[in-house]
Design a protein around this ligand. Structure first.
Ligand code: GLA
Length: 726
């Protein structure tokens, strides 16, 4: 059992393969955090120090002991109103209007297997892969119980946390803030690493020193957002890709979130990840309970690279579900950048014909096939096939495509309504709005109130009616605006749970359909969505050079198998940049592969390159989707973007490099590889040249001098088993 309770010391210890997490019920019943870090067998209660800190509150129960203060003690789930003036995990407004919740230990339970959460996505695991610790804390006055849940995935070095808040009182209360996890550090000088961005340029990496005060980021957009991803890394100041200590928190949630990092008056650091307290005030009636979404934690003392590997494995094996998780994904061609709204059924059939010619598995009909939608100003909500535009029924179109030996996929945006739609004319009240106020428009569309069951039921029936019209094997689920008009404190949360409820029913009813998530590209690129959609369109930006940065940032938490990435036309539609097909192909191969262009416009030579590209992708697909991913450069400051994949047995590797800059009289570029067997010899599958693993990792591999800008290289290495020396 990876969870141990020491009844004498009242200490809980959670062990994973390489880490230990420890907490203690102290003499007054408060649950203190003791330690999270490298695995050890010690008891770390010796770390707790007491001192009289002026102006820090002392709980009454501590008598006249002025050295006992929750304002300075490390806690597992700090609350407002207890004399702790730092950022807090929980705030409850009681029926008398007071804001206070004084949580003390009540009872605990250790169970085999991983807990699950009602209505919310969560890490899942087999009975033998995980254990659960539930610690119940209670406020004896308000009778609020907080059930802290800890899931321990030993082999994965992952600990998950969540909390269920129960109202066992006689009165209604309001939850005004709730975090999924808190980590208190009594010592340490940290940097915080965040992923910030914007539409079409998501998940840039920023590293900041944590000084006194709070660094906070989050989303108040109703989704996890393009602007800040719900993942955070707290690292020692000298931590690098390969060395040093770092902690990660990843929120398994697709809505408003808040992450706070605070260095307090005595240089202690608190990290919190949870629901955003803005636009949130959740009423909790008598005997009701509220579940705080889960946070996935890991600790690495092997730098960011090890931390990322743990998240990749956890998401691939314990978050994503369904038959596509470990099967080859179809290579697809999508109609969006090929035709936008300007297509007929023949356009889609022609794409399918080109697909056959090139070796592409599936054609996806993107936006524009329903209602009377020929631009983005109408018809969302009217999920009826525009047969006039297609020139046939949907089932006829699908049959024609299947007949060519090509699979068919379709785009939908179920959460939306256009004002110019039958649905809106019939049910204007189904759009989210604040009474007496005009709603905020965005992309000229409104958001349907998915917190309401009847709304979800209607849309579900419409979508099923479409899916039942033929052999649809893929859905692109889009979401193209942020939430505004929050009319009540429960809406932001209930909306997200409504989306999850819809997706749960959809994936259960159609387990054979692959769903790719999307929100203007990567606006809802989070572990919550990955529970339902094992791949997500990573960005609306398909420019290969920008993509190397977007994919680099995404790789800190998310595995390549969830990253939707396509080769598009040049000049690129977002940046106007021209890059070679080779560069675009190599970049897109760091994701679930596909095309976003009209192949009819290509010459035969380009088509031949694409055929070869597809063969290469298929050849290395298992390696790229299941192997270990290493970042070999930082494209935000280096002159090249480089990454590599290494198979679990280290016998196979694929090195990828895209040059971001060229200069006259260039210095030679050597790429230092990672993750290889030091003692092994590897040969380059193309040139046949042999290299020692240690040399590749220490001296590096030289690149050919560039002849033009944005050149890219892909080098496949295979271990020469017999040879031990060159
Ligand atoms: C979003 C998506 C695009 C495309 C359009 C269609 O922007 O990210 O890929 O599907 O919507 O309107």
């Amino acid at each position: 059992m990876s969870i141990i309770y020491n009844p004498n010391k009242r200490i809980f210890t959670l062990h994973t393969r390489n880490t230990t997490y420890q907490m203690m019920i102290d003499q007054y019943g408060y649950l203190l955090h003791l330690y999270y870090g490298t695995k050890n067998n010690g008891l770390m209660d010796y770390l707790i120090m007491y001192a009289d800190r002026g102006f820090s509150g002392n709980p009454y129960v501590a008598g006249n002991d002025r050295t006992y203060s929750l304002d300075t003690l490390p806690q597992e789930y700090p609350t407002l109103g207890t004399g702790d003036y730092r950022n807090y995990a929980l705030n409850i407004e009681n029926s008398d209007g007071s804001q206070c919740c004084n949580l003390q230990f009540f009872h605990y339970e250790i169970k085999k297997g991983k807990y699950s959460l009602k209505g919310l996505p969560a890490v899942w695991a087999g009975e033998d892969e995980a254990d659960t610790l539930e610690i119940v804390l209670k406020d004896q006055v308000s009778k609020i119980e907080v059930h802290l849940l800890y899931g321990v995935l030993y082999a994965e070095d992952i600990i998950t946390r969540s909390a269920v808040i129960k109202n066992t009182s006689e009165n209604k209360v309001i939850i005004k803030k709730a975090a999924g996890a808190c980590l208190d550090f009594v010592t340490g000088d940290f940097d915080v690493v965040t992923l910030y961005g914007k539409h079409a340029m998501e998940r840039n990496v920023e590293r900041m020193h944590v000084g006194h005060g709070t660094i906070s980021f989050g989303s108040r957009r109703g989704t996890s957002s393009h602007q800040y991803n719900p993942g955070v890394i707290l690292a020692d100041r000298n931590t690098t890709e390969d060395f040093g200590s770092c902690y990660g928190m990843l929120f398994v949630y697709s809505g408003n979130f808040l992450c706070e990092v605070e260095k307090d008056q005595v240089n202690q650091t608190r990290l919190l990840m949870g629901l955003n307290d803005e636009l949130f005030a959740y009423p909790l009636g008598v005997n009701e309970e509220f579940t705080v979404p889960e946070v996935i934690l890991t600790y690495s003392n092997g730098g960011f690279s090890e931390l990322s590997h743990r998240y990749h494995s956890c998401i691939r094996n314990h978050v994503c579900r369904g038959k596509y998780v470990n099967t080859a994904r179809p290579i697809l061609i999508n109609s969006w950048e090929a035709a936008y709204f300007d297509f007929t059924g023949d356009t889609i059939v022609n794409l399918a014909k080109e697909a056959v010619n090139l070796g592409i598995d599936m054609v996806v009909m993107d936006d524009g096939w329903f209602g009377k939608r020929n631009d983005d100003n109408s018809s969302l909500g009217d999920w009826y096939v525009n047969e006039e535009k297609l020139g046939c029924t949907l089932s006829e179109l699908i049959d024609k495509i299947n007949h060519l030996g090509v699979k068919f996929g379709i785009w939908i945006e179920p959460e939306m309504v256009s004002e110019d739609s039958e649905l809106y004319r019939n049910h204007p009240d189904w759009a989210i709005r604040i009474e007496k106020r005009d709603p905020i428009r965005s992309r000229n569309q409104l958001l349907l109130d998915f917190s309401r069951k009847e709304v979800r039921k209607y849309i579900f029936e419409q979508i099923c009616a479409i899916l039942d019209q033929g052999n649809i094997e893929y859905i692109k689920w889009d979401m193209n605006r942020s939430m505004a008009d929050v009319y009540a404190g429960n809406v932001t949360y209930d909306y997200v749970l409504g989306v999850y409820d819809f997706l749960e029913r959809l994936t259960s009813k159609y387990p054979d359909i692959l769903i790719e998530g999307c929100s203007g590209g990567g606006g809802r690129f989070d572990a919550g969505m990955m529970y339902y959609t094992p791949q997500i369109w990573c960005s609306d930006n398909t420019d290969a050079i920008n993509r190397t940065k977007i994919q680099y940032g995404s790789s800190f938490f998310y595995p390549v198998s969830v990253v939707g990435s396509h080769v598009s036309a040049v000049p690129n539609h977002q940046t106007g940049r021209i890059t070679s097909l080779n560069t675009r192909g190599i970049t897109a191969m760091a994701g679930t592969f596909g095309y976003e262009m009209n192949p009819e416009l290509l010459c035969e030579e380009e088509k031949e390159i694409i055929r070869e590209q597809i063969k290469t992708y298929k050849k290395y697909e298992t390696l790229t989707n299941q192997g270990d991913y290493y970042r070999l450069s930082n494209p935000f400051c280096d002159e090249y973007s480089a990454w590599m994949f290494v198979s679990e047995d280290k016998k196979q590797a694929l090195v990828n490099v895209v040059r971001l800059d060229v200069q006259g009289n260039m210095a030679a570029t050597y790429i230092r590889l990672k993750g290889l067997n030091r003692e092994s010899v590897y040969f380059d599958e193309v040139t046949g040249k042999e290299y020692a693993g240690a040399a590749l990792m220490e001296a590096g591999m030289p690149l050919a001098f560039p002849k033009t800008e944005y050149e890219a290289y892909q080098i496949a290495l295979t271990e020469v088993e017999a040879a031990k020396e060159l």
